[in-house]
Design a protein around this ligand. Sequence first.
Ligand code: SAM
Length: 221
Amino acid sequence: MTQAADRNRAVWEQLYQAGNYMRYPVEQLVRLFYRHARRMLAPGALVVDYGAGSGNNAEFFVREGCRVIAMDISATALDVLQRRFMHAHLPAPECRLVEPGEKVMIPECDLLVFWDVLYYNDAETARTLLREGIAALRPGGMLMVNMPTPRHHFIANATQIAADTFEFRGADQQGAIMCTPGSMQALVQWCAGITPVEQGGFAHYNAERRAEFMHLVGRKE
Ligand SMILES: C[S@@+](CC[C@H](N)C(=O)[O-])C[C@H]1O[C@@H](n2cnc3c(N)ncnc32)[C@H](O)[C@@H]1O
């Protein structure tokens, strides 16, 4: 990983130390899971929740009967996640801290989820994570990923610093490095080895800021 990963880790550590970010998963993730992944996952199938944060999605997957490995670059996020499971009287998933500068080892899995995470990286890191994650997926396994469109306020209010890579100027994540493939066609190219089963988009508003995303669900043949 790159210098951007160090910088972004500091941003996330600060955010999780200031608040716990515990919500339940967004509607789009739940809908995509039920529509495409639920029926192909045998009981105890392994889900890797990459960039799990406070465990919003990990809790949902565990409640759905999946085994989960939660990976994150922020140790504080993984502490919050473990406390969350303790308070919910649920067995905590295995947590793996990702060290900036070290090669990321994504375990072999049936469902790989990159939700609200890849774009908090430079484009090179995001593409490396996708490549390594897809290599770790079992044949027939599924990938779920979302990315901001160029109209997302994160990108629209950022300064481009390299190909597909931006520095965010907004107050809450000042200085964070972000990326977007820019279009659905490019996202499909970033996910080489995956056959798309659903490509789409959604948006929500935070105050009056529009957060506009594209999502891709696909299968490894
Ligand atoms: C917006 S939060 C999303 C958390 C969770 N996926 C969700 O949907 O609620 C982004 C998370 O990604 C983590 N993250 C960002 N870049 C990462 C990287 N390169 N490797 C691992 N985790 C990363 C951050 O620490 C943070 O916890």
